[in-house]
Design a protein around this ligand. Structure first.
Ligand SMILES: [Zn+2]
Length: 262
């Protein structure tokens, strides 16, 4: 069954075709909402390269500095708004029978655009989670910190007293096992009709691996990124534009058959 023969978001269909879509996103999608990426001079904070701050070593050396940086990033994210790329992905999620978004972004913009938690894997963690650096204890700090914007201390664990850290995956750390299992489960339960990789330079091997496994059975592999990436040579369609410009018409095209059916 070719993709073109299947239908997006047609609950009235008596056929049991399942349209499966995997979307992989990275920093480029959030950059258009004004959230700085780690790459290039623009990502520097107080003249420090963020890739030197987002490490367990940096936290061990200077937890205060790392927290100052993350608090500023949290505030920047609270002030940001989802853009047209987030909205397009949320629409695609709603119009697809079997959908998974795997985002490398630790912000909450996909969620605020309307992608449900069960359709999204935050593979690099969640910046609004604060977790213990020793025990399993963690909490979500979105509102709490909002009330204590001027809080400047390093938070400590109420269970064991150790320093708390942001609930994100730092360079050199393992990906969260539960989230990894969700991606594997989705990939194991069938090939996708469409895989979209947007706003990521696909520098991590697992992003390439998931994109290729998702599109293994003749599915479309659409890459949306202004620059060439290691994934480009495998893509069936390359769109060299920012995600906020490229994704709305792509999603329109994919779900376009819907309006003629309903
Ligand atoms: Zn603890």
């Amino acid at each position: 069954m070719k993709f073109a023969d299947r239908r997006f978001g047609n609950p009235a269909s008596s056929q049991s075709y399942v349209v499966r879509v995997l979307v992989l996103t990275g920093a480029g999608v959030s950059a258009e909402s004004g959230i700085p990426t780690f790459r290039g001079k623009a990502g520097y904070w107080r003249h420090i390269d963020p890739t030197k701050l987002a490490t367990p070593e940096a936290f061990a050396r200077d937890p205060q500095l790392v927290w100052d940086w993350y608090r500023e990033r949290r505030q920047g994210i609270r002030n940001a708004r989802p853009n047209a790329a987030h909205a397009a992905i949320a629409r695609l999620a709603q119009c697809t029978d079997d959908f998974l978004l795997v985002t490398q972004n630790v912000d909450d913009l996909h969620a605020r655009a309307g992608v449900a938690a069960e359709k999204m894997v935050k593979i690099h963690g969640d910046i609004f989670v604060t977790r213990c650096s020793h025990s399993e204890f963690c909490r979500r700090d979105y509102d709490q910190e909002h009330e204590h914007e001027h809080e400047v201390r390093i938070p400590t664990c109420s269970k064991c007293g150790a320093f708390m850290r942001p609930g994100v995956v730092w360079f050199g750390e393992q990906l969260p096992r539960n989230e990894l299992e969700r991606v594997e489960k989705f990939l194991d339960s069938g090939a996708c009709d469409v895989v979209i990789v947007a706003g990521t330079t696909a520098t991590f091997g697992y992003i390439i691996d998931w994109a290729l496994r998702g599109s293994r059975d003749g599915g479309k592999l659409i890459e949306v990124n202004p620059e060439e990436t290691p994934l480009s040579r495998f893509a069936t369609r390359l769109v060299r534009e920012p995600a906020a410009i490229a994704l709305p018409p792509i999603v329109d095209e994919l779900v376009g058959s819907r309006s003629s059916i309903l």
